[in-house]
Design a protein around this ligand. Structure first.
Ligand code: ACM
Length: 750
């Protein structure tokens, strides 16, 4: 009783002080505290403290090993006996579980928390303050708690395996940024990675694949390394990791994929499939038609697996996957068709829903809740399921509207297997472009979601799928930079990217000094090339404040441009740009401009490209710059989801055309197909168009198709081309039954 009053009194006093002190929520000084994620309230008193070393006694509420390691790397923090501590740990029950209050006074520091989690977060913030701000510490009060309750990071260990010590590194990283859920993707087509004692062939057979695809899936023909690959975690190791995570207040969510992504399991126990055949663990990436058959043998198997899984993972959730389950095997199976009738289901989607609902019942009976990817909405949502929305935000919105909990993880902002820079030097990745800035700016709650449904959005998560990440250094490269931005997107209520960048640079240096393989792209320039408006093309760059743009041109030499006005490009050839700040500089960006006749035309597109593949607008396909030969994300390629690319160009007056050349990207593994045909039309009034040529039989042996057509004495003001989307993806291919993507860039007109 006595103690509680003292604490309450001191809390009250400092709150009064806080009101009088300067609030710096949005002040430049916030940067210099160096804490990520940025705390939600900072009250800076006017003077520095006299504290030049932090002597701390920490009780067994937090993990001593974690902090011992952290303090060892932090000059100025020492673990001491209680009597010598200048940090006072106070308990204040009214604070939120994850909240904390850090009060740095003239000669001492007070930390108030209501739980071990809050205490851990307060100590991490204090450590970061010492690391990234340094002594003397400012006199400051930080009152902090997270914006979202669920702050997750996912790791796929099925495509490539990461050993126990690496998973622990991942958890340490998560703890440093106050993430609280580790989603562990343990089973997939290419390997089963969790020991299940009742099914030893999962360890002997399903944990291994014969060999692995070399290079990118889109490289044709596919080549393999001929080396058996595999590994699994023993149950002892799983328990070790779960305990390690728990010591850092991180919950572990195991994912056992069903009914799709099951080929590795089928290779060990073929009776779990619908066909009477020998299955093999997949040796390449993608979606496979061999899935669990919803028969009693399968349910018994999965229930037995769950029985062991629930003993290993004390958390509330079991993730059951549910994504990307082709229905071909079920369509062909007499057993499945019979089951659809017997259970009065509508179709195979109903069967998927039946599958998930039946497993949910079993898992709920064990006192656990299921999470599934957003496909579990199809055919009817299981009654208590939490939905992980990955194919965009629609699934999450729909689930929230049905009053289900949602974790947002849309591919556009949360997939860290995407490229993070447009630079040609990046290590091979699956595709897309998800920059640091894009991750930072992400808001997990969609603006269009009704206010009363927003409570169902628990938070968000980054995902790292490991098809193209073989070693832990690759995990560091893909995750550690963008994870820092994600931490802030999920924790901080106020965000400002340019202020964040200053803190981020310190954190980047911190991890680099610890030997992490950091990706660092903040000085990489992303060009905005303006074209398609009937004017000469120009280029500009969105650069953070305080950066200087350096421009090198073969005729004009090196020019430093302080203003950010667009630069009009008047000559073909290489133009080079580089951002600098002080003595720091980014990688040079070399753009090869080809000022063909299309670059000064205006353009109208009948169908818009998909939002995430819309380059710098419709002018991107006539801006004089060719899209990257190896990747289709970024600012050049326009991607049309199932639709045609129909463009009308106006040259302003009658113009002689001699040749038109089209470029298309082919990546059938990612549902990107060459067009069926192209029709070229001309007009002098922009109303009546005459078809002058049709191109079909479009093919390529590489990822890029270049198709040219010459003309003789063609005079026209308007040029229209209609590029027909491939249409439905054929059976047997990745994405069969879905509409193909069409990727176009650059249309060169001479
Ligand atoms: C997923 O990326 N297939 C969930």
């Amino acid at each position: 009783m006595y103690k509680r009053y003292i604490i309450l009194f001191s809390f009250f006093m400092s709150s009064i002080f806080a009101i009088m002190a300067q609030s710096i929520d949005n002040n430049e000084d916030l940067i210099n505290l160096g804490i990520i994620p940025a705390p939600n309230n900072i009250f800076l008193k006017n003077e520095n403290s006299d504290i030049n070393t932090v002597n701390i006694f920490i009780n067994n509420e937090v993990d001593i090993n974690f902090f011992q390691q952290l303090f060892k790397e932090t000059k100025g923090i020492t673990l001491v006996k209680k009597e010598s501590s200048n940090v006072h740990l106070l308990h204040f029950a009214e604070l939120e579980k994850e909240g904390y209050r850090l009060d740095i006074q003239q000669n001492k520091i007070e930390i108030s928390t209501s739980s071990p989690t809050g205490l851990q977060y307060a100590l991490v913030s204090l450590t970061q303050l010492v690391q990234h701000h340094g002594f003397p510490l400012p006199q400051v009060i930080i009152e902090d708690s997270p914006k979202f309750a669920y702050r997750g990071m996912h790791l796929d260990v099925a495509r490539h395996f990461f050993k126990v010590s690496d998973v622990k590194k991942y958890l340490d990283y998560m703890a440093y940024y106050k993430f609280n859920n580790f989603h562990w993707h343990l089973t997939d087509d290419q390997g089963w990675r969790i020991e299940i004692k009742k099914y030893p062939k999962l360890q002997e057979v399903a944990a291994y694949r014969k060999e692995t695809l070399i290079g990118h899936y889109n490289d044709q023909p596919h080549q393999y390394d001929g080396q058996r690959y595999g590994a699994f975690y023993t149950q002892d190791e799983i328990q070790e990791i779960v305990a390690y995570a728990a010591a850092r207040n991180i919950n572990v969510i195991p994912e056992i994929e069903m009914p799709g992504h099951a080929q590795a399991a089928l290779s060990a126990y073929p009776e779990l499939g619908c066909e009477n055949k020998q299955y093999e663990a997949a040796t390449k990436w993608g979606i496979f038609e061999d899935v669990f058959c919803p028969n009693e043998v399968t349910f018994k198997f999965l229930e037995d697996v769950i029985d062991e899984v629930v003993t290993l993972f004390p958390g509330k959730y079991i993730h059951v996957g549910g994504d990307e389950c082709p229905k071909e095997a079920w369509k062909k199976s007499a057993f499945c068709q019979e089951l659809i009738k017997k259970e009065n289901l509508k179709d195979e989607h109903g069967l998927q829903s039946y599958f998930i609902q039946r497993m949910e019942k079993y898992i709920n009976a064990k006192g656990k809740q299921i999470i599934g990817w957003d496909e579990i909405l199809e055919g009817g949502l299981a009654p208590n399921a939490t939905v992980m929305s990955w194919r965009g935000i629609q699934g999450g919105m729909e689930a929230a509207r049905q009053n289900h909990d949602v974790i947002m993880t849309p591919g556009t902002h949360c997939y860290f297997d995407h490229y993070q820079s447009d630079s040609a030097d990046e290590p091979i990745a699956i595709g897309g472009l998800t920059t640091l800035e894009k991750v930072y700016g992400w808001e997990p709650i969609p603006e269009t979601l009704e206010l009363e449904k927003r409570i169902y959005i628990l938070g968000g998560q980054s995902n790292l799928w490991s098809e193209y990440v073989k070693e832990y250094a690759g995990v560091e490269y893909m995750v550690y930079a963008r994870g820092i931005a994600m931490a802030e997107a999920l924790w901080s209520r106020q965000k400002d990217f340019s202020k964040f960048l200053n803190r981020y640079e310190n954190h980047n240096d911190y991890w680099k000094n610890r030997g992490a393989n950091m990706a660092f792209h903040v000085y990489d320039l992303i060009p905005k090339i303006k074209a398609g408006e009937g004017k000469p093309i120009s280029v500009s760059f969105d650069m953070p404040q305080n950066y200087t743009l350096n421009y090198f041109h073969k005729d004009r030499g090196s020019i430093i441009l302080f203003q950010k006005d667009p630069i009009v490009i008047k000559t073909s050839g290489n133009h080079t740009f580089r951002a600098t700040k002080g003595n720091k500089e980014g990688r040079p960006l070399k753009i090869d401009f080809d000022l063909h006749k299309g670059t000064t035309a205006s353009i109208q597109l009948k169908n818009n490209p998909a939002k995430q593949y819309s380059g710098n607008g419709s002018g991107s396909i006539i801006n004089g710059v060719k899209g990257n030969d190896n990747k289709y994300g970024g600012s050049e390629w326009l991607g049309f989801a199932g639709s045609d690319c129909i463009a009308t160009l106006d040259f302003g007056n009658i113009t002689e055309l001699n040749e038109i050349t089209f470029r298309f990207f082919k990546g059938e593994g990612q549902w990107i197909y060459l067009p069926k045909n192209i029709e070229i039309l001309t007009s002098n009034d922009g109303i009546d168009f005459k078809s002058i040529h049709k191109i079909s039989d479009i093919s390529t042996k590489t990822k890029i198709a270049t198709i040219s057509q010459s003309f003789k004495n063609l005079q026209t003001r308007y040029l229209k081309f209609s590029i027909a989307n491939y249409g439905e993806i054929p059976t047997g291919k990745q994405g069969a039954g879905h509409k193909a993507w069409l990727f176009v860039d650059e249309v060169v007109i001479r």
